[in-house]
Design a protein around this ligand. Structure first.
Ligand SMILES: NC(=O)c1ccc[n+]([C@@H]2O[C@H](COP(=O)([O-])OP(=O)(O)OC[C@H]3O[C@@H](n4cnc5c(N)ncnc54)[C@H](O)[C@@H]3O)[C@@H](O)[C@H]2O)c1
Ligand SMILES: CC(C)C[C@H](N)C(=O)O
Length: 367
């Protein structure tokens, strides 16, 4: 992999390799863009097939966080970390302590949190070494597991998308097909059930399916059948890349709104669903509840304030739909435009701020 070429293409700032022989830590921290503030993004632990695959994932996910944080209105840049290893077997306390020390070494340029394969308990260990970690236990006055909050944001965003497609944001009586009923989607199903939505669900984990069937009266289908079921809304909450050439022809939904990251296999799939008249709630806008919640820790966590910001995901989806209509583009492009415009404006105002003297004055003070 030609790393500098790749970094230059998408304008990455920094890539950090962290190795600790004793604990077995092999981690990569990617910082994409800190125009809006320090780079906040979770740490993923995964058994990568190769080092190149881990580097690519860290870089791709870090850039995703730049867009997610910018579109959510957070004063934070984008970054992400990956730890190479099996989260079921390879974790140990020393590993997360060592990782915490590496994060501390970046002096606040990167702030971590949970992602696939890492938990609140892991963040608590990192916190022993650095303040630059969020998603730590409520026992420390922090926000804990972000998944239920992500779910609430997805629920709010789904309502905004439904309003565009059906003329009303009520989900009562609507049929929602949910792919994957894990941490986020279990909570999403609860909100939908409380509103009187009919649920069709699938998961490769039978126990997870059983839970939502029993608790929320959901109808279960085979994982391969979820795309083609008769429904109003399709909520992908498991895997990335599931909007693709094979699945699109099966879809009957008028809305796609779910928690999964990187739902479009390729950008052109966003164009195809747009042409079909499907209202697509862009993944990184609708699933920003978790990061909005953990980001609130940086101000001294206040649950009420965080939930108010998460509610705004409704308005953010409305804003994206408005831009899409105004500019005659698909919603996935409108989301990128929203994020990029905000970063560009801040970059400009920040450079003016420096030119107008801040660094000159601070130099004077040290003389
Ligand atoms: N947890 C968060 O706060 C958060 C925030 C933003 C985005 N996301 C994204 O949302 C998605 C769900 O996150 P989560 O924390 O609920 O993860 P999770 O692992 O708890 O749940 C995912 C579920 O999908 C199921 N699944 C996997 N492959 C499947 C398949 N082929 N068909 C059907 N089901 C399948 C798994 O068995 C699991 O139950 C992920 O893509 C994640 O990256 C999560
Ligand atoms: C900071 C984390 C809560 C971010 C979350 N893992 C996401 O993909 O949005």
């Amino acid at each position: 992999m030609e790393i500098f070429k790749y970094m230059e293409q998408y304008d990455y700032e920094q890539l950090v390799f962290c190795q600790d022989k004793e604990s077995g830590l092999k981690a990569i921290i990617a910082i994409h863009d800190t125009t809006l503030g320090p780079a906040l993004g979770g740490t993923r632990m995964w058994m990568y097939e190769s080092e190149d695959a881990a580097i690519e994932d860290a870089l791709r996910l870090a850039r995703g966080m730049t867009y997610k944080n910018a579109a959510a209105g957070l004063n934070l840049g984008g970054g992400k970390a990956v730890i190479i290893g099996d989260p079921r077997k390879d974790k140990n306390e020393a590993m997360f302590r060592a990782f915490g020390r590496f994060i501390q070494g970046l002096n606040g340029r990167y702030i971590t949190a949970e992602d696939v394969g890492t938990t609140v308990a892991d963040m608590d260990i990192i916190y022993e070494e650095t303040d630059y970690v969020t998603g730590i236990s409520p026992a420390f006055g922090s926000s804990g597991n972000p998944s239920p909050v992500t779910a609430y944001g997805v629920y709010r965003g789904m309502k905004a998308a439904a309003k565009e497609a059906f003329g009303s944001d009520s989900l009562e009586g609507k049929v929602v097909a949910v792919q994957g009923v894990g941490n986020v989607a279990y909570n999403l199903c609860r909100h939908l059930h409380e509103e009187g939505t009919k649920l069709i669900v699938t998961d490769i984990n039978k126990e997870a399916v059983q839970r939502v069937v029993e608790q929320f009266g959901a109808t279960a289908v085979d994982p391969n059948d979820i795309y083609g079921v008769d429904c109003d809304i399709f909520a992908p909450c498991a895997l990335g890349g599931i909007i693709n050439d094979q699945t699109i022809p099966q879809l009957k939904a008028k809305v796609i709104a779910g928690a999964a990251n990187n739902q479009l296999r390729e950008a052109r799939h966003g164009d195809i669903i747009h042409e079909m008249g499907i209202v697509y709630a862009p993944d990184y806008v609708i699933n920003a509840g978790g990061v909005i919640n953990v980001a609130d820790e940086l101000y001294g966590y206040n649950r009420e304030r965080a939930m108010k910001k998460v509610e705004q995901i409704y308005n953010n989806i409305e804003k994206v739909i408005e831009i899409a209509k105004r500019d005659g583009i698909p919603t996935y492009q409108a989301a990128d435009r929203l994020a990029e415009e905000r970063i560009a404006k801040m970059r400009q105002s920040r450079s003016q701020f420096l030119q107008n003297g801040q660094h000159i004055l601070s130099r004077r003070r040290t003389r």
